[in-house]
Design a protein around this ligand. Structure first.
Ligand SMILES: Cc1cc2nc3c(=O)[nH]c(=O)nc-3n(C[C@H](O)[C@H](O)[C@H](O)COP(=O)(O)O)c2cc1C
Length: 349
C-alpha cells in the first residue's frame, strides 16, 4: 500500500514538474528540454531527504542475495550506469537496490554535447528516454579524489565504477588511477568497461573490435584482479557478441553486462529536429527489452555471470531474463520514471 501510494505521488509530481517546464519552454519559444526538468526534479527529491525514513526507506527482503566473485549483492537489482548525483544514488540504495554503477567516467572534464540532448519519448506503447549527453563528467582526476571517501560505501554493497576512454590507453590509465585511490580500502567494488560509446583511434568502438578488447583486457589483467563487467552494445551483430563472449570468458572474474542504449536517428523516433542537438542518440526503456533477451541468450552459453540491462521495469521482465540465464538485473530508465519499482520488484522476487 505504501509503495503504491508513494509511487503514485512520485509519478504525478514528476508529470506535473515536467509538463510545467515544457509549458514555459513553449511560451518562451525555447526547445523542449527534459534536462531542465531532471535538474529541478533532482533538487526537489534532495530536499525531501529529511523525510527519507518515510518515503525512501525500504528493507531488502532476505533470500535473494548473491555472491559473485566475493561481491555480496543483497538484491539482484542494480542501478545501471547513468547518474552521478550522490543524493539520487543514495535514495535508490535506501529503496533497496543491491548495487549501483556510477556514471561512466572519462579522462578529461567534459561538458558533453550541446543541449537539448535528453528527451522522453513514447515508443512501442511504452515510455523511453532518448539521450545524447556525450558523457559529461568531472574527469578521472576529480572522480578518483572523491571516490575513496564516498558516502555510498556506508551501505557496504558492491559499487560499480564505469570507465570510458577515447583509446585503449585512456581506459588503462583511468582504471589505474582509480585503483591507486581504492587499493588500501576494503570496499566492495567492481569495474565496468563501457566499451559501447567512445571512439578509439581507428574510429571504431571497442565493442566492434573484439581483438582490441582482448588486448585491453590482457593489459588490465597484468595488475588488476578486481571483477570486471564488460558493457556491450546492442547495436553490434550477434556474431561480434559471440566473439566478445569468447574473449571475456578467457579471463578470470568477468561479468557480461548485456545492454547499453540503442542508437537511433532522430527521424526513426519521430523527434522534431529543433528539440535535439544531435542527428541521433541512444534509446532506452521498454521498447529495447526484446534485444536484451536476445543478448542474454547469446551470452548464456559462456560460463560467466550475466547482468541484463535494457528495458527492465517489472518482475515479469526479471523472470523472463532469469529464464534466459541472467542473474543481475540493471535498470536506468525505470528508476527515472518510477524508482518505487525497486521495492516493488524486490518483494516479488
Ligand atoms: C540519460 C542516460 C545516460 C546514460 N549514461 C550512461 C553512461 O554514462 N554509461 C553507460 O554505460 N550507460 C549509460 N546509459 C545507458 C544505461 O546504463 C542503460 O544501459 C540503458 O539506458 C538501457 O537500460 P534502461 O532501458 O533500463 O534504461 C545512459 C542512459 C541514459 C538514459
Amino acid at each position: 500500500m505504501r509503495i503504491k501510494l508513494l509511487s503514485f505521488l512520485y509519478r504525478s509530481s514528476r508529470y506535473t514538474i515536467t509538463h510545467f517546464i515544457y509549458f514555459f519552454q513553449k511560451i518562451l519559444f525555447r526547445p523542449r528540454d527534459l534536462e531542465t526538468a531532471v535538474k529541478i526534479g533532482d533538487k526537489v527529491l534532495g530536499s525531501f531527504f529529511i523525510l527519507k525514513k518515510v518515503i525512501f526507506e525500504f528493507p531488502i527482503p532476505a533470500g535473494n542475495d548473491l555472491d559473485i566473485y566475493g561481491l555480496k549483492f543483497p538484491s539482484p537489482l542494480v542501478g545501471a550506469s547513468f547518474k552521478a548525483d550522490k543524493n539520487i544514488l543514495d535514495m535508490w540504495l535506501q529503496m533497496g537496490i543491491g548495487s549501483i554503477i556510477f556514471k561512466t567516467i572519462m579522462k578529461e572534464v567534459r561538458n558533453g554535447n550541446p543541449r537539448p540532448r535528453l528527451q522522453e519519448i513514447t515508443m512501442g506503447g511504452g515510455t523511453g528516454i532518448f539521450n545524447s549527453l556525450g558523457l559529461p563528467g568531472p574527469g578521472i582526476k576529480n572522480f578518483s579524489n572523491n571516490i575513496k571517501d564516498h558516502i555510498l560505501w556506508d551501505y557496504n554493497r558492491p559499487l560499480g565504477i564505469s570507465i570510458g576512454g577515447d583509446s585503449i590507453s585512456d581506459y588503462i590509465d583511468n582504471i589505474h588511477q582509480i585503483q591507486r585511490s581504492l587499493q588500501n580500502n576494503d570496499h566492495q567494488y567492481f569495474y565496468e568497461l563501457n566499451i559501447s560509446c567512445p571512439n578509439t583511434d581507428n574510429g571504431q568502438t571497442i565493442c566492434e573490435d573484439p581483438g582490441a578488447l582482448q588486448n585491453m583486457l590482457s593489459l588490465i589483467r597484468e595488475n588488476i584482479s578486481q571483477p570486471i563487467s564488460i558493457k556491450v552494445s546492442p547495436d553490434v551483430s550477434d556474431s561480434t557478441l559471440d566473439e566478445i563472449g569468447e574473449v571475456c570468458s578467457s579471463f578470470d572474474q568477468m561479468i557480461i553486462n548485456t545492454g547499453n542504449t540503442h542508437y537511433k536517428k532522430i527521424s526513426e523516433i519521430n523527434l522534431d529536429e529543433s528539440n535535439f542537438s544531435m542527428k541521433g542518440g541512444g534509446l532506452s526503456g521498454t521498447s529495447i527489452f526484446n534485444r536484451t533477451i536476445e543478448m542474454v541468450n547469446i551470452f548464456s552459453k559462456f560460463n560467466m555471470p550475466i547482468m541484463a540491462t535494457g528495458g527492465i521495469s517489472k518482475i515479469e521482465h526479471v523472470n523472463r531474463l532469469k529464464e534466459s540465464g541472467a542473474i543481475l538485473f540493471a535498470m536506468a530508465t525505470s528508476l527515472v520514471l518510477d524508482p518505487y519499482c525497486i521495492p516493488r520488484i524486490n518483494r516479488q522476487l
